[in-house]
Each structure stands twice: as structure tokens, then as C-alpha cells.
Design a protein around this ligand. Sequence first.
Ligand code: GDP
Length: 507
Amino acid sequence: MTASRRTFAIISHPDAGKTTLTEKLLLQGGAIHLAGEVKARGQARRARSDWMKIEQQRGISVTSSVMTFERDGITFNLLDTPGHEDFSEDTYRTLTAVDSAIMVIDAAKGIEPQTRKLFEVCRLRSVPIITFINKVDREGRACFDLLDEVADMLALDVCPMSWPVGMGGLFQGILDLGTGKVSRPEGGSKEFLGKVDENVVLPDDVAEEIELAQAGYPEFDLEAYRGGDLTPVYFGSALKNFGVVELIDAIARFAPPPRPQPTEAGPVEPDHKEVTGFIFKVQANMDPMHRDRIAFMRLVSGTFKRGMKLTPSGLGKPIAVHSPILFFAQDREIADSAEPGDIIGIPNHGTLRVGDTLSEKNQIRFTGLPNFAPEILRRVALKDPTKTKQLRKALDDLSEEGVIQVFYPEIGSQWIVGVVGQLQLDVLISRLEAEYKVEAMLEASPFDTARWLKGADKALDDFAAFNKMNLARDRDGDPVFMAKSAWDVGYQQERNPDLTFSATKER
Ligand code: GDP
């Protein structure tokens, strides 16, 4: 069963075409019922206020967080990486739950900042990447330019798998470099409707380009791709349906089936009998008043069955998973089980946290779900000072959910929140009001960044003796160095070689 799962995400900069491509992938896979929901979200995201409304309603983003479709006996689990202009840790963490990714690039723009950041996260875990250069139905940059940019900026080998026959007004289709067949545009809309030509005589300039391309780039190498060192590149147009089936086929043929997941005692293989998984995302449910949450678990090993008892690492005692949300392709018979690579939504009241391992025997702990050093820090000030308790509860909850990080300074009572993107601050204020009835203001913080401290007790104590003003505890009570600048971090690291100042924290 495991060999028939492909769990992946799409990474891209806003507007590159992720929503359009997602829709087309789902349409090809027969999961048409979901396509409308995806679109609704894609449009809503454009306007910040709409996006927040949607986030508060929650229903849509829960169902489109995991999209499942089937084709040729393979089940594809597509995990949505929230695509706001700003980053959140949510986005990063979702990438810890996939086995591969599609990187969508706008042919007119090339690699954009967010594509690059997301790529770096994939690289941390050697997540293999298939590249889709989108919008070739419009005027774009030269193919060689784009390929070289991917190769140079991302330090990856590139291997073109297809080639556009002209772009923009001159677009005449996509040549499959493997088979020599050309997919053709048809009708007034110039869409791909299934017309494929064989033995095509290509225009001279295109033939020449292709000759150069085949001589100039390495051949496809499955091992290099799976190791994250080479990316196969497909040209296409999500809007006009070019290259979509080729992408699905590429994922089916090349992308890895569920991978083993790391623990301190060595990796857990998908064919390990015991049911194990980890929570990579927690989302508040439809009704904010009830504080219900859905925890998204990536199944690592075993066959999950409804009603099963699993022990969350953060809790210690087993919970029965009676009403899991199982995400299924439309035409699959409703089953009550899930396989490694699948995602299960587990409703709970805040007991499950991002990074928790769930398992039958409670002996396994997955590693590798990081917290990231926040790039923006703010002091939280209350409008009504009698609400301190509510604020503390809210900050704890929201940090468990991964919306923010919270730091409680050793000295003084002003709590500090940290985020990796500005939008998270807006979400924080709005949710404090809506869900906790707490009116708060965010003020400039004296600190610029934070680093988790690790070291022997003595080294930590010595450091604390001199730096109390700069010490805080995170939600878990772990020590954090609050720094005034990146320079400050470097300086302290040099002076305290026995301590590590870590920009990420693994739970
Ligand atoms: P996202 O922000 O990455 O999800 O991007 P969308 O899928 O919402 O697309 C952004 C804009 O680009 C929309 O106006 C799409 O219609 C358009 N778009 C997406 N794919 C293509 C394509 O292949 N060709 C052209 N011409 N436009 C496209």
C-alpha cells in the first residue's frame, strides 16, 4: 500500500499559479468537488481582510489543507502550504510532512523571494523537487535563462523534461523531450484538450534550442533527484492545461513513496507495524467559541483504524481517536483506515500540539519539526490590565497552535511575541479579540531576534548570571537568549563557546 502513496506540496511565490495548478491537478485526478473550494480560498487570500474572515470561519481551509486524488492506482496527498504573502511557521512545518514538492515558477519572473525561502526549507530535509515553469502561453523569459537561474540560484542540477514550442503569441505547444510528441493548443481559448502530434517537424530555432538543451544539461538521474541534487523541469501552462498530466505522471514515476522519519534512535520505516505519526499543524475549528482544534497528523507507519488508541508524546496517556477526519479521493470507497503517507485530522481540545508524536506504544519520538527564530518581535501590552490571566492563556494557546511564539522574560512582566511574518501579528490581534475577548496592542520590542540556548547547566547558569536582562523562557520553559541584533548573537556565541545559540528548536 505504501508504495502507492505520494504525499507532496506545491511551493511558489504568490501569483505564480499555485491555485490554478492545484485545481487542474485535482480535476485530472477526478476530485472535482474540491476545485471550487480551492479557488474560493485563492481569491479570498488576495484581500487581507477577506483572508482573515476565512481563517476565522475555518471550514474551507480545513478541507483544503489536505487534498487527495487518485490516478492509475496511486493515491496523491497534496498538502496546502498557506500561501499568504507573509510567511508563517505553518508553511515551513507543512513541508516537514511531505515526501516531495513541486516548485512553480512564473516564466516571466523566474525565481522569486518566497520560492527561494521555501526551497531552502525543502533543502534542509533533502526534499526532492520537480520544477514547473508556468505561464508559457504568455511572453516569458528565455528557457535557457530560466533553467540557468534555477541551477545557479538554487545550486541544483536541472534537467529539462519538456520544451515549449514558442511562447506567448507564438506558442504552439509543448514538446515532450522523452517521447518527441507535441501537445497542441486548440480552439479559441488555445487550451490543451488532448490533441497530441507525433513526428512533428519543429521550426529551426526551436530544433536548435532543443539540441543545445540536450547537450548542455545533465540527463535525468532518479537518484540525484531523490537526493535533492537534481530537479527535472517541466514547462507548461496551468491555466491552459499544458503540462499538468505530465506533472502527475512525474510524481507517480519519480517522487518517493513515504519516507522513513527520523527519531533520536534512528529512522522509523513505513513498514514498521506499530501505528506512529506526528502532528505538523494544528488549526482552530469552525466555531471559535468552542476552542475546538483539528490536529493534522502525518501517518509514518502502520495501518491506522478508526477508534484506535494512540498516545501523544506531550500527554503521556492514550487518547482514543474516534472521529478522525480522513481525507479521501472522491471515487474511493469510504474506508475507516489510513496508510503511511496519509494525513488524518484529529479533533481535540488543545491536548495535541505541533511536534507531538502519536504512537501505540509511546516509545517513539520523531525529531525534525522545528520552531524558527522569529524575525519580528513585539511587546504585548494590554488595554485592560486586569486581563493578564486571559492574555497568558491566549498566548500559550496560540503558540501551541504555531500562530506565534511567545517569550516570557526572566525579568519584568512584559511578554514578547515573535513571528516570522507580519501577517501573523494581524492574526494574533484579531484572534485575541474574537476568541479571548482580550484587547491588546503590540509595541516595539527592545530585542531584534531570539536564539534557543543549549548547553550544560553550569554553562547556562554562568551565562544567566551576566545576561539576565536578555533571558526569557519559551512556552515549554526552555531558555532563550533575546538579542538586540544578529551581531549580538555572534558576539555572545564567540564569548560562550560552550553554549549553542540555535536559530531553530526541535521539539
Ligand atoms: P497563486 O497565487 O500562486 O495561487 O496564483 P493563481 O493560481 O491564483 O494565479 C495567479 C494569476 O495568474 C491568476 O490571474 C491566474 O489566472 C494566472 N495564471 C495562472 N496560471 C497561468 C497560466 O498558465 N497562464 C496564464 N496566462 N496565466 C496564469
